[in-house]
Design a protein around this ligand. Structure first.
Ligand code: IFM
Length: 452
């Protein structure tokens, strides 16, 4: 295996969840309106903006060789006609510091937040949104592109669309099901244009990863769906539809695979996105995997009259995270094997658990890494695993309570410290000496025993 194909052992974060004081985006404004369930606001968050070196030290201490972060568009372009050189320089320093620590950056260009001015113009519902987004992407390419080989254009576009116009858990939080398709349509166009621009406009390459091929993709949230009542024909049908709609639509759209349930829906008004079809516009498939989902058809008296579909993430008796999400590693295996049918490399771009006391995280890591090892041994080309998250952070509508970090953060003084599971992760990485190309299940089993 060449150095360039070394397995990436990483952790992931996003700008708004850790930086603090991202005052110019749509989430900040929404928080001020009291939309977070706990009434919290992101505020200073983890103060990563001032402590990023310390956070990268934690990553290096664990032996990671990669770090996934997002660039906050609202910091770069706080107003339509203004770029902020200070913000741009901060991200330049972040990449400098990654390079010093041999952490290969995976750069996400959109992770749920948009500049307020963009949101006020309708966000990705606006037909001009792909052009506006492309301007930002081209700026990133011209400022930092020479040092980035691994790009993620959008984080979880389906979650964004559902959160904004179906589930009400992301700004603007409106119930307008007909907007979901339109939004996806414009995000797809934005992705395709970004994919082309990154490949076309990154001419000169610098830095430690200059010899590596440019890889561009998206991080797709995938859930292992089941019928809530295994005998109920509607629940069975719903879980099939959800698998296609939620897990598959984006892969089909980015690879030009025609037979998806979701694809015709996504391109209902096709002209501008047709260019995405019939050709591949991603170099890898990014899987964000956490849990399973049980779907049921609720009676109209129980739930919102116009949307009688219910989803829950665990049954009473199942082991689950603090967010009530079932711990279900087999689902990750299923998603990787499904991804393999597209014959593209895979990155696990997120995988983790909300677990403040760190009671389950170690086992969660081991059991999910075993799935990765098994998938690799079955021929799935998994090129890296990014744990969510490097540090505790602002978990969107749930506020600060869910603790996803390998490192904990004391929000009263911003002190950080690695949790025991982070030390376990670090041991696993050390035992694999940067590689994960053989079935490593026996080694992982030895950690399972150590944990008991
Ligand atoms: O915190 C989020 C992240 O922003 C996107 N993927 C899921 C994580 C946990 O909910």
């Amino acid at each position: 295996m060449s150095a360039s194909s070394k397995f990436l052992w990483g952790a992931a974060t996003s700008s708004h969840q850790i930086e603090g004081d991202n005052t110019k985006n749509d989430w900040w404004a929404w928080e001020q309106m009291g939309k977070v369930e706990t009434g919290e606001v992101s505020g200073k968050s983890t103060d990563h903006w001032n402590r990023f070196q310390e956070d990268l030290d934690l990553a290096a201490q664990m032996g990671l060789n990669a770090y996934r972060f997002s660039i906050e568009w609202s910091r770069w372009q706080p107003y339509p006609d203004q770029w902020d050189p200070v913000a741009i320089d901060w991200y330049r320093q972040l990449i400098d510091e990654c390079e010093k620590r041999k952490l290969k950056p995976m750069v996400t260009l959109h992770h749920f937040t948009s500049p307020l001015w963009f949101a006020e113009r309708g966000g990705f519902l606006n037909p001009d949104s792909p052009t506006l987004f492309l301007k930002f992407v081209k700026k990133v390419i011209s400022e930092l592109g020479d040092r980035i080989s691994l790009w993620c254009t959008f984080n979880e576009p389906m979650v964004l669309a559902v959160g904004q116009y179906l589930g009400g858990f992301m700004p603007p939080g409106e119930f307008k099901p007909d907007c979901v398709g339109k939004l996806c349509h414009h995000i797809l166009k934005s992705h395709v244009q970004s994919y082309d621009a990154i490949h076309r406009e990154t001419k000169k390459r610098n830095g430690p990863w200059r010899e590596e091929p440019i890889e561009v993709g998206i991080a797709n949230n995938m859930i292992d769906f089941f019928p809530d009542r295994s005998w109920h024909p509607i629940d069975i049908g719903l879980s099939k539809v959800a698998r296609n709609f939620f897990n598959r639509t984006w892969w089909d759209a980015l690879t030009g695979r025609p037979q998806s349930f979701g694809l015709p829906w996504l391109i209902k008004k096709p002209p501008q996105v047709l260019e995405a079809l019939g050709r591949r516009t991603c170099d890898y498939l990014g899987i964000n995997y956490y849990t399973k989902g049980y779907l049921s058809w609720g009676s109209l008296t129980q739930v919102q009259a116009d949307f009688p579909i219910q989803v829950k993430f665990a049954k009473e008796t199942e082991p689950k995270s603090e967010l009530g999400w079932a711990i279900h590693p087999e689902g990750l295996g299923r998603m990787m094997r499904f991804a393999q049918t597209y014959q593209l490399p895979v990155y696990i771009t997120e995988n983790g658990i909300a677990d403040a006391t760190d009671k389950y995280r170690g086992q969660y890591l081991i059991s999910h890494l075993k799935q990765v090892a098994e998938a690799i041994s079955q021929g799935v080309q998994v090129k890296g695993y990014f744990h969510w998250s490097l540090i505790d952070n602002f978990e969107w509508i749930k506020g600060y309570e869910p603790r996803f970090g390998l490192a904990q953060v004391d929000y009263s003084n911003f002190q950080r410290g690695l949790r025991p599971s982070a030390r376990l992760f670090s041991k696993i990485i050390a035992m694999h000496q940067g590689y994960f190309d053989q079935p490593q299940i026996a080694i992982l089993n030895s950690f399972t025993h150590e944990q008991k």
